[in-house]
Write a protein of this length. Structure first.
Length: 752
């Protein structure tokens, strides 16, 4: 329990307050009296700080120190961990826990700080859901536009492919997608050059009339090196003769002529050429010269010459039109080079034949050998290989004509598909659609989470909007009538409170009615606590806007709720006790203050204090003066304040000046109403003018209106001329009261 207050600093009007040694300790029941704007509500906010265990947002530098009954101290350093259980009813509670939602013509009552906060969250979440819905719709529209564009492009491209390749069967955007799925990575691999496209188009568009006949491969028998070696060896030989006629040896032409003539003149006596007689001996000499070895040698040379004459080769050019266009590359060039190489090859053979013939004609003469060059033969073989490879591939194309046509079609499909993707930046569009899809999923997920949170909050509000009958009972007790009632209505499937006034929708509630609803809700929240006897309760001005009839109702409600008769610990007779651990009640209303003094618990368990404004920026808490405690009537108390000021020698005492404007104004209200109890709604100014006269009433009320309500207290320091008129206004009032001798003397007796 809080034992005593030591200090409050940097807390609004409690700028630097330290309690004096005379300030009494707190008790179970603590009643605090003070004018409006004296600092009562600010003091209650110190208790709110303890309640919420958090620095007050309006006073972040606020400091305070309380002594607790267990001997420990509670201050701004340790209160977050050590503060007792506190509940506060003040203007902040009303503001935080009483709100209306919905349209102005159909307001829904929201009770409770958590409920109001939940409704605010619902509003924010609903806005967020709508933003998600808008964002989702925008992304969806962009996605649809891209999808529509890509779909149109695919349809047109598929149609172009079908027409270009003369595809008989269906080829649609769906088929194009299948082709795209077959493309390797990167897709640029499938893009063909212009020449490749032209070549493959010919294949793709080929018909049976374009199918070529097969071509025989070209074969040329070569390999003359061994023969050349054999001939050269023979050319190196010299034939052996039994008897050589030197003349014939030296004259090969004549030798050859004679050798041929021997066979012509064989068996004859006369020469067929000259007709002369042929001598036997001469014939024998010639035959001896032309031996069998020579004849055999020459025959061998002839045989070699005959074989050599068969070696030269011919080449029939390959007609490139016999091949498919893609295999015709360099065919004409190869033809020319082969022919040229064969000429070189044949030229070597021709030289060899010439040498063999020369040796045959002059076997005894030396004839040079012909060295064989394999270059032409090797080149011919290489060139033939290239030509035959083209023939082979062309023949294979004939064999695979239909397959190759389909391959060309498939490759062209991929080419056109890849070109479609690249030219139209489809990958970028697909990536953008993926991003848009992720955004849509995110919007949807966030919106679903928001909706789920809204449902939880809606359910929590419905749960919080319980206890209608208890609330109605408290409101009825508070106001003293059943005019204002709380009804439960269903809004979008959830229960909500709505106020009715005598069966009709309640609008334009007075401040007093709002206070009644808020205080009733405060009591219902206290009832939710399991151990009220462990709670410190602070109630600040619960009747700030109510008339005297309600004052009695509120006082009775506080008495019934917070006080009861219980057996003491010794088991004796029933005694009044406070149901909560400690209670603080502050008010500016003297009549209500008088009733609070009569609440149960004697002086041993009660403490009384006053909050006083001592300067424009400073208030203090003091023990309740005995002069206030002794009065049971606000009217007598107000007169005592005016009388003390009137009799005071120091009219510039700021502390006294601070209380005079409000006191005189309230006194004039009560006095004029008692003298002129009009049933009409006349004002204090009108009544004062009738009693004091026009001139005096204006002088009195002008000053008092200006300086009353201590929210304008700084005017006292800034308007010294008008401050002087306060004393004159009080003099005028006192002089007027003295004219009513019996009334004045009765008032004087109350301050004696």
């Amino acid at each position: 329990m809080l034992k005593s207050l030591k200090k409050i600093q940097s807390f609004g009007v409690f700028n630097n307050f330290s309690s004096s040694s005379e300030l009494e300790d707190f008790n179970e029941k603590n009643i605090i009296y003070g004018w409006n704007y004296s600092g009562k509500t600010t003091f209650s906010r110190v208790f709110s700080t303890l309640e919420h265990r958090a620095t007050h947002p309006d006073f972040p530098a606020g400091k305070f120190t309380f002594d607790l009954t267990d001997g420990t101290k509670l201050d701004e350093h340790n209160f977050k961990d050590n503060a007792p259980l506190v509940r506060v009813f003040n203007s902040e509670f009303i503001e935080n826990n009483l709100s209306w939602d919905g349209e102005s013509f159909n307001p829904i009552l929201l009770l409770g700080e958590d409920t109001i906060e939940a409704e605010k969250k619902i509003e924010k979440l609903s806005i967020s859901v709508e933003r998600c819905r808008t964002g989702y719709k925008k992304k969806k529209n962009v996605d649809k536009e891209i999808e529509k564009l890509v779909s149109s492009l695919k349809t047109n491209t598929a149609k172009q492919i079908k027409n270009t390749l003369n595809i008989v069967e269906a080829y649609t955007a769906t088929h194009l997608d299948k082709t795209i799925a077959l493309l390797p990575k990167p897709i640029s691999q499938s893009v063909l050059s212009d020449s490749e496209v032209t070549s493959k188009l010919k294949k793709a568009l080929a018909t049976d009339t374009d199918r070529l006949e097969k071509v025989q491969s070209i074969s040329i028998q070569l390999g003359a090196r061994g023969f050349f070696d054999k001939c050269n060896a023979k050319l190196k030989e010299t034939p052996s003769f039994s008897s050589v006629i030197e003349y014939l040896r030296d004259n090969p032409a004549i030798s050859d002529w004679i050798e041929k003539g021997l066979s012509i003149n064989e068996g004859k006596t006369n020469c067929e050429f000259c007709g002369g007689k042929i001598e036997e001996k001469r014939i024998r000499d010639f035959k001896s010269h032309f031996s069998k070895d020579l004849a055999r040698y020459k025959e061998e040379l002839k045989s070699l010459m005959r074989h050599a004459e068969k070696l030269p080769k011919t080449y029939v050019h390959l007609n490139e039109n016999q091949l498919y266009p893609e295999f015709r590359t360099n065919i004409e060039e190869l033809n020319v080079r082969i022919e040229s190489s064969i000429e070189e090859y044949n030229h070597q053979i021709e030289r060899l034949i010439n040498n063999l013939k020369a040796k045959h004609d002059a076997p005894f003469s030396e004839v040079g050998e012909i060295l064989y060059s394999s270059g032409p033969e090797d080149l011919i073989r290489e060139l033939l290989k290239r030509i035959n490879d083209a023939i082979y591939r062309s023949n294979k194309a004939t064999e695979n004509f239909d397959d190759q046509k389909q391959v060309a079609i498939d490759e062209l499909k991929k080419h056109y598909a890849a070109t479609f993707l690249i030219d139209n930046e489809i990958d970028r569009k697909v990536a953008k659609r993926k991003i848009l899809s992720n955004h849509k999923k995110k919007y949807r997920s966030i919106a679903e989470n928001f909706k789920a949170e809204v449902q939880e909050l809606q359910a929590s509000i419905s749960k919080a909007q319980k206890g209608r009958e208890v609330l109605n009972e408290y409101i009825s007790n508070f106001l003293g009538r059943d005019e204002i009632r709380i009804e439960v209505v269903e809004i979008d499937g959830y229960e909500r409170f709505r106020l009715s006034r005598e069966g009709s929708l309640a609008k334009n509630l007075s401040e007093g009615e709002k206070s009644a609803i808020a205080f009733s809700f405060f009591l219902t929240k206290l009832a939710e606590l399991k151990e009220l006897n462990q709670v410190i309760v602070y109630i600040d001005d619960p009747i700030s806007s109510l008339d005297s009839n309600h004052i009695f109702q509120v006082n009775a409600l506080i008495k019934d709720y917070f006080f009861g008769k219980f057996e003491n610990q010794d088991g004796g007779s029933l005694q009044w006790q406070c149901k909560c651990k400690q209670i603080f009640i502050s008010t500016h209303n003297f009549e209500f203050f008088s009733l609070l003094k009569e609440l149960p618990l004697g002086n041993k368990k009660s403490a009384y204090f006053q909050v006083k404004r001592v300067s424009s920026k400073e208030s203090k808490i003091v023990n309740l003066p005995k002069s206030i405690e002794m009065y049971s009537s606000e009217y007598h108390y107000l007169f005592s304040i005016i009388y003390r000021f009137h009799e005071s020698e120091d009219k510039e005492d700021l502390e006294l000046l601070l209380s005079i404007p409000n006191a005189v104004r309230r006194f004039v209200e009560l006095y004029t109403y008692s003298r002129i109890p009009s049933f009409t709604r006349d004002t204090v100014d009108q009544r004062a003018e009738q009693l004091f006269g026009a001139q005096k009433s204006k002088r009195i009320l002008k000053v008092l209106h200006y300086f009353s309500h201590l929210n304008n207290i700084e005017r006292l320091a800034n308007n010294s001329d008008l401050v002087c008129d306060i004393g004159n206004a009080v003099d005028d009032i006192m002089k007027h009261l003295q004219t009513d001798k019996a009334h004045y003397e009765a008032l004087l007796s109350s301050v004696a």
